[in-house]
Ligand binder design. Structure first.
Ligand code: URA
Length: 241
């Protein structure tokens, strides 16, 4: 959406609209490299704006911790018209997108932001952010399966999963199911489902409970909260190692 240059400058925290107009009239502002000296210029998200030679940040950075429900796509849009995670954030002017993905039928902790730099860092495999999942699986999980999960299992693509933490939380003999917790730092497609499948326990239900040091504490399905400054800083540090 195109907006007046002085409005975009004000939103970016450069100065008030009135003061921004003065800066424009004084020839201090460039759009896509060209000095603009008249009011009335409109710009959109693709235009590059400089004030006194400095690029301006267009949007305030926002960071949300979302408890994704099952039955929601981890994307900004879906060609089949299904509900997407960003549908929960339409009240905000900033456009956010998820950091990584959870499957349609997986619930749990998902971060959303408009900070591309942080998103890129955290999604990079080099940073090995630990994520804990709790899975309800078919069958009664034995020690041997847990041991295999811990050292790594051969996945469908032929690659071995990295070392993981695996814990049995409970067994339900009557229904022939178990609840296990798995902490991994990899993030391949359907990784947890594939790991559990590989040890003979197909996943019936999956939830991500933690992402690094972050948990779902205080949230119910479909709710979100903003991250604190300290949390954002700590995430940057996770992505610094
Ligand atoms: N592993 C999976 O199999 N699914 C998810 O949604 C996340 C991790």
């Amino acid at each position: 959406m195109a907006e007046r240059l002085q409005k975009v400058m004000a939103n970016a925290g450069i100065a008030s609209r009135r003061a921004s107009e003065k800066m424009i009239l004084a020839g201090r502002v460039r759009v896509n490299g060209k000095v603009i000296k008249e009011l009335g210029q409109k710009v959109d998200g693709n235009d590059v704006i400089e004030v006194d030679g400095h690029l301006i940040e267009r949007e305030e950075k926002v960071y949300y911790l979302f408890y994704k429900p099952r039955g929601v796509i981890s994307a900004a849009k879906d060609d089949k018209g299904r509900k997407v995670v960003t549908d929960y954030f339409t009240d905000h002017s900033e456009r956010v997108y998820p950091i990584g993905r959870l499957d349609y039928d997986t619930s749990g902790l998902l971060l959303l932001t408009n900070d591309g730099e942080l998103a890129n860092r955290l999604m990079h495999p080099r940073y090995k952010v630990n994520k804990t999942y709790v899975a309800k699986v078919k069958g009664l999980v034995q020690n041997e399966a847990l041991k295999q999960l811990r050292v790594g299992v051969r996945l469908k693509d032929g690659k071995k999963s990295a070392r993981a933490k695996a814990k049995l939380l409970s067994l339900d003999k009557k229904n022939d199911t178990s609840i296990v917790s798995l902490t991994i730092h990899e993030g391949r497609n359907h990784q947890v489902k594939n790991m559990l499948q590989a040890v003979g326990h197909p996943v019936k239900k999956l939830k991500r409970e933690t992402y690094g040091f972050l948990t779902l504490a205080g949230l119910t399905s479909g709710q979100y909260r903003e991250l604190t400054r300290e949390e954002v800083k700590a995430l940057y540090e996770l992505g610094n190692k």
